[in-house]
Design a protein around this ligand. Structure first.
Ligand SMILES: [Zn+2]
Length: 160
């Protein structure tokens, strides 16, 4: 099929979700759209040929770049939903009882009557009782957690 025809088809059908079906009896793989219609066989064949052209002789470098991109996407989605992020909380004024803690990073004493706010790590998987005196103190902690997270994403996507 003419490459321009397939280019037009892809451009006009960007919103289709494709579904593959494997027919047990015949061992054939078929392509359907999200409404359950089988894709025009000529189009399906042209798509298969283009995919073959794209992926057949991929270099290790290109394969790794795809894995890396997928790992980066996973990292981005994960951190967007689950953090970790830094969260500043202001000390309430007129507290009946003052309270204080020592910054988990620098050890400085932070107290409700002398300081304006305190920091903690937020994100459903990162709850802890650790408290920090400032953004400057919490940022390196967040950064370490995020680098470990990224390394584990790279590992799970087998990025070399
Ligand atoms: Zn500190």
């Amino acid at each position: 099929m003419d490459k321009n025809v397939i280019r037009e088809y892809i451009k006009n059908n960007k919103r289709i979700n494709y579904h593959f079906d494997y027919e047990e009896d015949s061992g054939k793989v078929k392509l359907f759209n999200d409404e359950g219609y089988e894709i025009d066989p000529k189009i399906a064949l042209a798509l298969a040929e283009e995919l073959n052209h794209t992926y057949k002789n991929m270099s290790e470098y290109d394969l790794n770049e795809i894995k890396k991109q997928n790992a980066e996407n996973e990292y981005w989605h994960y951190t967007l939903c689950y953090g970790p992020n830094s969260l500043e909380t202001a000390f309430r004024k007129n507290l009946k009882r003052k309270w204080s803690f020592s910054c988990k990073n620098c050890g400085k004493k932070v107290s409700s009557d002398k300081d304006k706010s305190w920091w903690r790590i937020s994100g459903p998987n990162y709850e802890s009782s650790n408290k920090y005196c400032s953004k400057k103190c919490i940022d390196p902690i967040i950064s370490d957690i995020r680098s470990d997270l990224k390394a584990s994403m790279y590992k799970s996507f087998d990025v070399q």
